[in-house]
Design a binder for this molecule. Structure first.
Ligand SMILES: [Zn+2]
Length: 80
Protein backbone atom coordinates (compact mmCIF):
# COMPACT_ATOMS: atom_id res chain seq x y z
CA UNK A 1 0.00 0.00 0.00
CA UNK A 2 1.74 3.10 -1.18
CA UNK A 3 -1.36 5.25 -1.35
CA UNK A 4 -0.92 8.61 0.22
CA UNK A 5 -3.63 9.01 2.76
CA UNK A 6 -4.07 12.72 2.48
CA UNK A 7 -3.52 13.24 -1.19
CA UNK A 8 -6.14 15.56 -2.60
CA UNK A 9 -6.95 15.78 -6.26
CA UNK A 10 -7.00 19.29 -7.69
CA UNK A 11 -10.26 21.18 -7.93
CA UNK A 12 -12.38 19.72 -10.78
CA UNK A 13 -13.55 23.20 -11.73
CA UNK A 14 -10.41 25.30 -11.84
CA UNK A 15 -7.66 22.70 -11.50
CA UNK A 16 -6.05 24.51 -8.58
CA UNK A 17 -4.82 22.95 -5.39
CA UNK A 18 -7.51 21.82 -2.96
CA UNK A 19 -7.44 22.36 0.78
CA UNK A 20 -9.12 20.53 3.59
CA UNK A 21 -10.83 22.56 6.25
CA UNK A 22 -12.25 21.55 9.59
CA UNK A 23 -15.41 23.26 10.69
CA UNK A 24 -14.81 23.41 14.40
CA UNK A 25 -18.37 24.46 15.14
CA UNK A 26 -19.90 21.33 13.69
CA UNK A 27 -16.91 19.00 13.87
CA UNK A 28 -17.13 18.40 10.16
CA UNK A 29 -14.71 18.57 7.29
CA UNK A 30 -14.93 19.92 3.82
CA UNK A 31 -12.57 20.34 0.90
CA UNK A 32 -12.27 22.98 -1.74
CA UNK A 33 -9.93 25.27 -3.58
CA UNK A 34 -9.37 28.88 -2.64
CA UNK A 35 -9.84 30.29 -6.09
CA UNK A 36 -11.86 33.33 -6.97
CA UNK A 37 -12.81 33.84 -10.56
CA UNK A 38 -14.31 36.54 -12.70
CA UNK A 39 -14.17 40.28 -12.46
CA UNK A 40 -16.19 40.33 -9.27
CA UNK A 41 -14.04 37.68 -7.68
CA UNK A 42 -16.80 35.14 -7.18
CA UNK A 43 -15.69 31.92 -5.57
CA UNK A 44 -14.96 29.00 -7.87
CA UNK A 45 -17.80 26.40 -7.86
CA UNK A 46 -15.36 24.00 -6.23
CA UNK A 47 -14.11 26.48 -3.67
CA UNK A 48 -14.26 26.17 0.07
CA UNK A 49 -16.94 28.85 0.20
CA UNK A 50 -19.26 26.61 -1.82
CA UNK A 51 -18.21 23.29 -0.35
CA UNK A 52 -18.89 24.40 3.20
CA UNK A 53 -22.59 24.60 2.53
CA UNK A 54 -22.89 21.60 0.23
CA UNK A 55 -20.38 18.94 1.18
CA UNK A 56 -19.61 18.37 4.83
CA UNK A 57 -18.31 15.12 6.23
CA UNK A 58 -17.87 13.86 9.72
CA UNK A 59 -14.34 12.60 9.16
CA UNK A 60 -11.40 13.99 7.30
CA UNK A 61 -10.85 10.66 5.55
CA UNK A 62 -14.41 10.54 4.26
CA UNK A 63 -14.19 14.07 2.94
CA UNK A 64 -11.00 13.18 1.08
CA UNK A 65 -12.48 10.01 -0.38
CA UNK A 66 -15.56 11.76 -1.68
CA UNK A 67 -13.59 14.69 -3.04
CA UNK A 68 -11.20 12.40 -4.89
CA UNK A 69 -14.05 10.29 -6.24
CA UNK A 70 -15.89 13.20 -7.79
CA UNK A 71 -15.93 12.98 -11.58
CA UNK A 72 -14.12 15.69 -13.42
CA UNK A 73 -16.71 18.09 -14.68
CA UNK A 74 -16.37 18.70 -18.37
CA UNK A 75 -19.25 20.73 -19.67
CA UNK A 76 -17.57 21.82 -22.82
CA UNK A 77 -16.95 18.47 -24.44
CA UNK A 78 -19.09 16.93 -27.13
CA UNK A 79 -20.73 20.19 -28.03
CA UNK A 80 -20.96 21.09 -31.68
ZN1 LIG B 1 -11.72 25.59 -7.96
Amino acid sequence: MSKKKNHLKPCPFCGKKAHIVQNSLHSSYYIGCKTFIGELGSPCPGSIAHQSSRFCYVTEQLAIEVWNRRPQESNDTGKS
